[in-house]
Write a protein that binds this ligand. Structure first.
Ligand SMILES: NC(=O)C1=CN([C@@H]2O[C@H](COP(=O)(O)OP(=O)(O)OC[C@H]3O[C@@H](n4cnc5c(N)ncnc54)[C@H](O)[C@@H]3O)[C@@H](O)[C@H]2O)C=CC1
Ligand SMILES: Nc1nc(O)c(N)c(N[C@@H]2O[C@H](COP(=O)(O)O)[C@@H](O)[C@H]2O)n1
Length: 297
């Protein structure tokens, strides 16, 4: 039996205002209706969907670094429908190491041509790509070769020919090559680099640190689709609550417009990010000069 089921028409209709341009019904090829008011889009950026599954107490995993099933089978089908609609799926290296995810599309009828590109933000090359599920699926033609976004660092072993490294060079490097650095890579630069490589839509699935960052960067996110599972994980779980600036008197972020739909026992909330705080300062210094790519065979 298939791991996922085709969505009902009502479920696709609910999601359609929050999908990237050109989204289609996988069964019929019909294009999803576009919202009346579309977002004014920076042409250098891909369409960005932030999506994750959380408990009622706002946790996305039972404990740090622990793969945790939160959502039910119906929302799993929704996740694979969303994967079908995007050119890439991005996660942080914390998720790649903890979950060893497949990050492919297992929607009924999806072929290799429908697969999104897996992308891992891995600045210090922690992820053991060669032994990963993603590499295995690529060899079986069930997924595309992943791309890693990293700082300059020599590779311990050569990469598979269908995998790529997108290198980030700090504008003002504090460290020598191969030193571990925990400084952030600018999100705008990451997204611009993906767009430059032909990625027009990216679904960002987590983990916690990635979600917390992006909830503070409204100008970069087009849609947020959250699965709420009817469960409480409790203290010690991994929270996605974003940092609030000191003395802030407003919420960090809201969704407006917003829509709700029940999938099995889960509730899905979908919306466009609406941020009452002024948008964060532009984070690009000169991305064209700071990101370059090399294909390693
Ligand atoms: N319930 C859900 O929907 C999901 C749950 N998870 C869970 O989340 C947990 C992992 O979360 P985290 O540990 O927070 O890891 P993460 O996946 O957010 O990765 C964080 C790491 O990625 C790198 N990184 C991310 N953004 C960066 C940037 N802008 N610049 C430089 N480096 C950057 C850094 O090395 C950072 O330490 C796991 O337990 C996983 O199972 C992950 C995805 C979805
Ligand atoms: N939708 C959803 N529900 C959950 O309960 C989850 N834990 C996640 N996690 C995300 O899905 C990735 C796993 O993907 P594969 O099934 O291995 O392709 C995981 O890494 C998280 O990004 N999502």
């Amino acid at each position: 039996m298939s791991e996922t089921k085709a969505l009902a028409a009502s479920e696709m209709y609910f999601l359609s205002p929050f999908l990237p341009p050109g989204a289609r019904n996988p069964a019929t090829g019909a294009e999803a209706p576009r919202p009346v008011v579309d977002s004014a889009k920076d042409e250098k950026l891909p369409f960005v969907t932030l999506t994750y599954a959380q408990s009622l107490d706002g946790m996305i995993a039972f404990a740090p670094g622990q793969r945790t099933t939160i959502s039910g089978p119906e929302t799993k089908s929704m996740t694979h429908f969303l994967r079908y609609q995007h050119d890439a799926i991005l996660v942080g290296v914390g998720t790649a190491v903890a979950d060893d995810p497949a990050l492919n599309c297992r929607y009924p009828g999806a072929t290799i041509n429908d697969q999104p590109r897996p992308v891992v933000v891995d600045p210090n090359l922690r992820f053991q790509l060669a032994r990963s599920q993603m590499a295995k699926l690529r060899h079986e033609d069930k997924g595309k070769g992943p791309w890693l976004i990293t700082r300059p660092k020599s590779l311990d072993s050569p990469l598979d020919s269908n995998c790529q490294i997108i290198r980030w060079t700090d504008p003002m490097p504090k460290y020598t090559d191969n030193a571990v650095s925990n400084d952030p890579i600018f999100w705008r630069s990451i997204l611009e680099a993906l767009k430059h490589k032909g990625i027009n839509s990216v679904m960002i699935e987590g983990g916690a640190s990635v979600i917390k960052d992006l909830l503070r960067l409204p100008e970069l996110v087009d849609s947020i689709i959250i699965t709420m599972a009817p469960t409480f994980i409790g203290q010690g779980g991994v929270s996605i609550a974003p940092r609030r600036p000191p003395k802030a008197e407003q919420n960090v972020a809201s969704l407006n417009p917003v829509a709700y739909h029940k999938f099995g026992k889960d509730m899905v909330i979908a919306g466009r990010p609406y941020f009452p705080l002024p948008p964060s300062m532009p984070l690009t210094l000169n991305p064209k000069k700071t990101l370059d790519e090399t294909q390693e065979k």
